[in-house]
Design a protein around this ligand. Sequence first.
Ligand SMILES: [Fe+2]
Length: 490
Amino acid sequence: MNAFPPLPIYTGFNTPLRMEVDIHDLEVEGQVPEGLDGIFYRVGPDPQYPPRLGNDIYFNGDGMVSAFRFEKGRVDLKCRYARTDKFLLERDARKALFGAYRNPFFDDPAVEGRIRGTANTNVVYHAGKLLALKEDSPPLVMDPWTLETRGYYDYEGVLTSETFTAHPKLDPHTGEMIAFGYSAKGIASPDVAYYVIDRDGKIVHEVWFQMPYPCLVHDFGVTRDYVVFPIVPVISSLDFARAGRPTFGWDASKDVYLGVLPRRGSAKDLRWFRTSNLFASHVMNAFNDGTKIHFDTPVAKGNMFPFFPDVTGAPFDPVAATAHVTRWSVDYAGGEGIGFEQLTTLAGEFPRIDDRYAMEAYRHGYICVSDRSRPYDEKRAGSITGMFINCLGHIDHATGSSDDVYYVGPVSSLQEPAFIPASKDAPEGEGYLVALANRYDEQRSDLLVLDAQRLQEGPIATIKLPLKLRNGLHGNWVPVEDLPPRPAGA
Ligand SMILES: [Fe+2]
């Protein structure tokens, strides 16, 4: 028996692709801007084998990396599995050996102590290396042109954390990568390791500290002068793991903290700011004006992750899970309170920016929007993760407007976009958004290219795929001038 169970996460549009493809010159409707020269990388879960325990959460699938190569108005596609240790061990065994999401207690004993990561969350290019990332593991290096896996990477033995965030931040001015690992000494440990990695890929600064309680720290904020760690009570516990429930659970009784550290500070410089319970996950951007630090992220009243259920057994509340981009403000030299300002009426998650303006005051933000007031075919296009995305929105922080919104239609949904500048020196926000659209009626995907300041006009190019790419997580645009020369035959 080698069959996926007939569950929503393995059937219909979510049927694992399990296919590595090369397609030269995808069909294009409209016009891909001729000047776009680079690769849009994205990654998502695509399980190689049926789940060992008969079920799993969607986010535990093996990482499948897609590379869309843009050149002279044409687009080629390459998809390759991130060949993690898990992937290779299971391929050899011809079955799943790892049991549950970030829970080693139900694994085949043959894989005890092996790196459990799936490299399915983000794909980031830094210092000549394409890194496929999962926050429970070290980075997995892949070739940026061939997508061949080179293996896990510990920065020449300098990476001391067992884990490495899937949301490192690239400093557009210094070329540094700012990163951290949480659960840095193992599952449910309260330890965080913070790293500055220079433009050449060398770890040049490291700080260890402990969180107020062990929890999921999926993303963080970086400004010119500070790093900001949001501590939100998606708590983690080895007891949960041993009991066979997800290692993470939502605890509405706990406070929320922001840990703020000067970028080159030490553990004694870490300051904690505190507020009452709320939910936040992804970060749009962060910046500071002197000691005043601003941190922009979608905020919801309650848990947005139904796959990590409430620790009291309370049911998932989709209304409380509605998030709005909100600015948190603290003063590193002031009191421990946090100020809040909601920045938009658009409800959504997966925020993006023009990454050339990361870490500083910025004008343009983009967000995946859930708008249930628009026509929506719940039966065909319904969400399996508790979120659905049917619009892309532009938040103009200068005018306060969120009026420019693209709606994808009733039988489609969208994946996270990435921003591509029109040119290296184009003003902030002048460029394009690329985003995958899931076409549920055709069981197929399109990659859409939209003018980032005229979203409501719809795609200027629709790049048509003859296959579907399951819902992924994150991706990034890398201009060709940042990549190594293309090897012959790649
Ligand atoms: Fe993420």
